[in-house]
Design a protein around this ligand. Sequence first.
Ligand code: AQP
Length: 327
Amino acid sequence: MARIFSGIQPSGELHIGNYLGAVKNWVALQHTAESIFCIVDYHAIIAAYEPAQLRIRRHEMALGLLAAGIDPTVSTLFVQSDVPEHTELAWIFNTVTPLGELERQTQFKDKSQRMESVSAGLLNYPILQAADILLYRADRVPVGEDQLQHLELSRVIARRWNAEFAADEAYFPEPQPVLTPTRRIMGLDGQSKMSKSMGNTIGLLETREAIWAKLRPAVTDPKRIKKTDPGTPEVCNIYHLHKAFSPPETVEHVAVQCSTAGWGCIDCKKVLAESMETELVPIRSRAAALREDPARVQSALDAGADKCRALARETIRGVRERMGFDG
Ligand code: AQP
């Protein structure tokens, strides 16, 4: 049976970009393959953080994922730092990864430009990601578009390690991406990818009122100044969110109303807010039930960690044997 693995950083609130780009696929795919989902807290400490807040965010992320539809009786959900083999394998992969390949990663280039001091952790981030995936010898990785380059590096690392230490077998499979139709959701500023660290998000668990307060001023078609100006739906971030949340007939109607100046941007946003409610209300109500019962969240994570520790030990045993560390 194919194995799916994917991860998410507890670096802030679970947002609709994470949901539409990755988590929605996790929920759909969990019934088709053995699925392992990881809250990657070691990745999240690359940026400055408060330890007390990390504890809260880890729990909130688990709660959000369960509310989004991850079913712990079908999938495995766990926290990365509960399985020490992730960092052990990452160290090993450090030794087969040329520095130049890490320096070429777009995310490293973008983020390091925004930082005064760049840590080795930021550079090595994709190696830990390769270790996360390959530790479970996963075949498929449902991710958003921003992770494609990192995933390509995971394949290179698997290929290189196999060639060096397991020449006659593909000990590590080369993991393939699985994308959703909404592979890249832009932030409400319309400028950059919706991302926890950019503060341009709509949280998956936010209230109707909080969502409206963010949608109302959100950037639309920059050329449309007045309500009577016809808009261009394809360049409008709100139209793209309609495609993600509204039924096809509404999307079509929105395009006509926008391009003929039938609706102003606020009219269009009100319809989007309704479509979002339809999708988000059940998620919010599952989250409310889980908040009443935090032990349920923790026990899903504990069971997930137990299972993953056993799988990880088995992979590392094979790695150590092939690299001359046994006996
Ligand atoms: N805007 C997005 N559109 C589509 N998919 C997205 N993903 C993230 N943002 C978008 C996908 O969500 C999964 C988890 O990724 P993450 O934890 O790195 O999410 P983030 O919000 O991007 O987190 P950060 O902390 O703000 O990280 P940076 O600063 O690196 O963006 C992944 O599958 C990702 O593709």
